[in-house]
Design a protein around this ligand. Sequence first.
Ligand code: SF4
Length: 374
Amino acid sequence: MVHVRILVGDIESDKARKLADITETFSGGIIHVTIQQNFVLPWVPENALPALYAALRDVDLAYTAADTFEDITACPGADTCRLGITSAKGLANKLTVDMSNGLSEFKDMAKNLKIKISGCPNACAQHVAANIGFQGGSITRDGRTVPSEMVFVGGSLLGDDTRLAMPLKKVPTRNAPKVVKKFLKLYQQEKQGDEHFDLVMKRLGAPRLKEELEEFTHIPSYEEDPSFYQDWGHEEEKFELQQGVKGECAGATVEEKIPTFKDAEKHLERARALLHHGDFKASMLESFHACSASGHVPLYTKLVDPFTPEQTMWEFENMLVRTGEADQKWLDIAARLKDNINKEPTEELAEEILQIASDIHSESQRIQINLTQA
Ligand code: SF4
């Protein structure tokens, strides 16, 4: 199997056509796409390797270090994804440059580690399963928006030893390359023998690691350093959050509809009418849709746009209740609603779910006011 490294997962169409021709010659026209955003050509005869290398080099696709620390995974991010907050590719490109200037001394030691960068919490680059992961976000400083990264550390995809990374701290995106260097220095200083990076990080623990990152959380004023207010790869642009933008992410294949409380109110009205006419099952379903339509409004403001009512209630719990923005009494609301609407419909149950829908509507309006005033 021959791995062809595709820098940050992007390949131009003319190179892709040439690569298709190469696969005809060397791997029977078969090519696989990997989760590291590279290509793999299977079943290449060993004696064909020099000729294959030369063919790849001729089309500028013979980059070394596929699937190693240097080979960073990044999602489309804010460049082309409508949900993206920061430019994952911009940061990945910056780190790729640093690999030969600033991070080169660590390349051998860190060879098997992975950096993965997602432009938002949806984690399409799987940053939660990376040794060092970044998740795009934003911070407000003096009324200006600063691109930021939530830093994750210690995650791996290692079969039975697969681990989720620990979320640590939000730092301005400008400091993300310094964070990578800091982790590598820590690893160099603290590792005992052949100890794996993840185990060292686990041993040091989240409180210590958060302390180590503290120096990178400072955001200078715009006058002191305007670069903190720009994203990597977008140095000439003002950073701002965008909504309602179409993009290449799978989410864009469904119609974009901005959720409003009016939608929720229509469902509530219908649920009341159906209850009045004794159609308890239909009333319960309308109430469920009212819950989801209400919760969708503040979620959308946080750039979370779930596809189904079930996902919306799950995200409501995850992104609003668990973060403390919604009342803790809603902690198990997704499972509670799912459970209730599958029960035998009765008047009492329909009234109960309607009351829940009405309360979630008020709660979502309260959260929305807080979010828009923040
Ligand atoms: S939705 Fe996925 S592809 Fe889009 S920015 Fe978020 S993580 Fe990246």
